[in-house]
Structure formats: C-alpha cells, structure tokens
Design a binder for this molecule. Sequence first.
Ligand SMILES: *Cc1c(COP(=O)(O)O)cnc(C)c1O
Length: 364
Amino acid sequence: MNNIYFTLGPSQLYPTVTDHIQQSIEEEILSISHRGKKFVEIYEELSSNLRTLLNIPSTHHIFFTGNSIETMERIIANTVEEKSFHIMTGEFSQRFYQIALDLNKRPEFFEFEINKDLDFNQINVPQGTELICITENETGTGFQIPLDSFKQIKENNPGVLIAVDTVSSAPFTNVDLSFVDIAFFSVQKGFGLPAGLGVMIVSDAAIEKAYSLFKKGISIGSNEFSFITHVENEKNIHAPVPSGTPNVLDIYLLSKVSKDLNTVGIKNLRADAEKKAKLLYDFFDNEFPYKPLIKDQYRSLTTIVIEVNGKAGVIADSLAKDGFIVSKGYRHFGNDHLRIANFPAHSINDVMNLINRLKLFKEF
Ligand SMILES: *Cc1c(COP(=O)(O)O)cnc(C)c1O
C-alpha cells in the first residue's frame, strides 16, 4: 500500500516515525515503567524539544491526556466554577461548550458567522467569566482565528483565563503563549504520529485556579486526573503524569519528531506550509469547479475546506483509487465539503501531485 493521507487526523505519518518506532523497540521503550528513571529522561527530553518548537514560556507546564476531547473536559473541570465563555466558530468549539453544559456549568457563547468580519473588540465577554475558550483552527470549516486576536482578547479581559484549542494548527501555530493560559493539541494531526496522546500546556495561573476551586470544596473531577495531581507528580517524581499509565510510546515519538522538526526549523516549516496552502488555495480559486468555503484572512493554513455540493464522496473515492486519501465533510457536512490537510508530513511534491490529480476533474 502506498497511499498518501491528506486526512485531518489520523493523517500521514511524519517520515521519520517508522525509524523512531523501530528504535523504540530496540531501546525497549514499550516495556519500561512509567514511574522509572528512563521515563523521566524521555519526558525531560520531550519537554526541552517541545519548549523550543512551540516557544513555551517557563510559566507553563506540559501535561498529558488521552486525546483532546478529554482535554476539554479536564480544562473546564479544573478552571471553571460557573462561567466559561465560548467563541463559537464551528463543531469543535460547540463540543467544548457542550462539555461545560454536561459538567453543570453555566457557559455562554458568542456565535461567529462564517465569512463575516470578526471584531474581537465587539465581543461582549459577560461579567464573571472565568475562562474564555477559543478554537484557533476549526477543522470542520477551515476557519482560522487571526493570530493577533489573542493579545487583544487577553488585554480586553485581564484576569480571565484563556484556553486555546490548537489541535489542528500545532505545530505551525504561532500563538503567543504569554497571552494564553492553556493551549492543547493531539499528536495524530500536525505531528503525524499514531493517535492516543493529548498534550496540554498549562500556565501557573490556571493551576492556581484549580487549587483555589479545590480549597473551596468545588469538584475538579476525581483527583486522579486533576491539574493538582499533574503538578504534584511533576514535583515529586519529575514527570507530570496523571494517575493511570500514559502512552509512553507516543511521548517518546513526540519528543523525537519535535527534535526533527526543530532541525528543519519552525520558520522553514511555516514558510513551507504557507507555500503549500497557497498552491492549494490558488488552484481551487482559479482552476477547480468548486471553491474554498472560507474567504480571505480567515482561511486556515492547515485545513483546506472546499464546498463541493454533494460531490465529496465521488471525488474522495476517485482520488483514493490513485492513493490520495482526503477527508470528507465533518459530521452533517459529509458530502458537501472536501477537506485537505496541510501538515509537516506533506511535502510540496505531495501537494503538487494531489493538485495534478485534481486537475483531472473538469466537469460535474
Ligand atoms: C481533532 C480535533 C479535536 C479532537 O481531538 P481528539 O484527539 O480527536 O480528541 C479537537 N479540536 C479540534 C480543532 C480538532 O481538530
């Protein structure tokens, strides 16, 4: 099989992953204890590589979960007594909001209308908001929040915690974490790794909030998975793992791939991503019968979504015959959207090959 996966997660493996998996078997990583010295070494190496790659400030900790939907639940439980506020841009921000409802909080939201201008100064964050939740890149629609927004939101709302979903924009994301209290992602998207690990980057301020809720007697979920357990394990056993056995293989692979990405350099990675995105958007804007869903400055770098009027199945099946695997629309947009990932694992050549294959669709 020689397919190339332009799917939005799981996606194409980063090219070095196969060798790293082989190496992990040789080093017996798959059998070591997650409480031992070797694991602490793997964690420390990961921390160093990831901090360089994503420019993580020393005020922020790196915690692990199983995946990012789980991360959303941990964030609400650990930082919200009553009021979270959600900037609703699509399906994933909707799920973050629903999780707050499920946990008996009183979340509110601002709904963003697709292809209308978004002015963060006009968003009225309600009094008493404890946490603002933002999806940097909506994987369903291909909508990306402009980067300078985060500074604006933090400055307009001092003292309010901010959580940013960067699941489908990491590692390209250039969000300035000094304006963000919690950022999170999963490894099966931009990092090109097997699924099964969520990463959250959590500020001291967010951890203090968990302690203060706990002291007030408010549930922050079971203590097995709370921010408090993460941070106390970080202090005591030098690895910020919650209870339960973490995905040691993925933590190892994330460290190795972060190192490889640092070798390429984040600036080069971003420049490449921009080149590939431009090739794709130019092609769809000018040469394809169907057009990108999102206009202008809100277009995602990593998630290219095309409105195809019920043809997604036909197009995806035809591409798959030649080994190009793309995503159809998210949930009820199944047949109406075609979605293409632009991650570090996709080379410029891969993208040009995909475009050349798409050129064969002339009429519908
Ligand atoms: C995929 C995705 C998630 C969920 O991640 P999982 O690892 O599948 O839980 C959350 N938010 C966004 C924007 C995503 O693309």
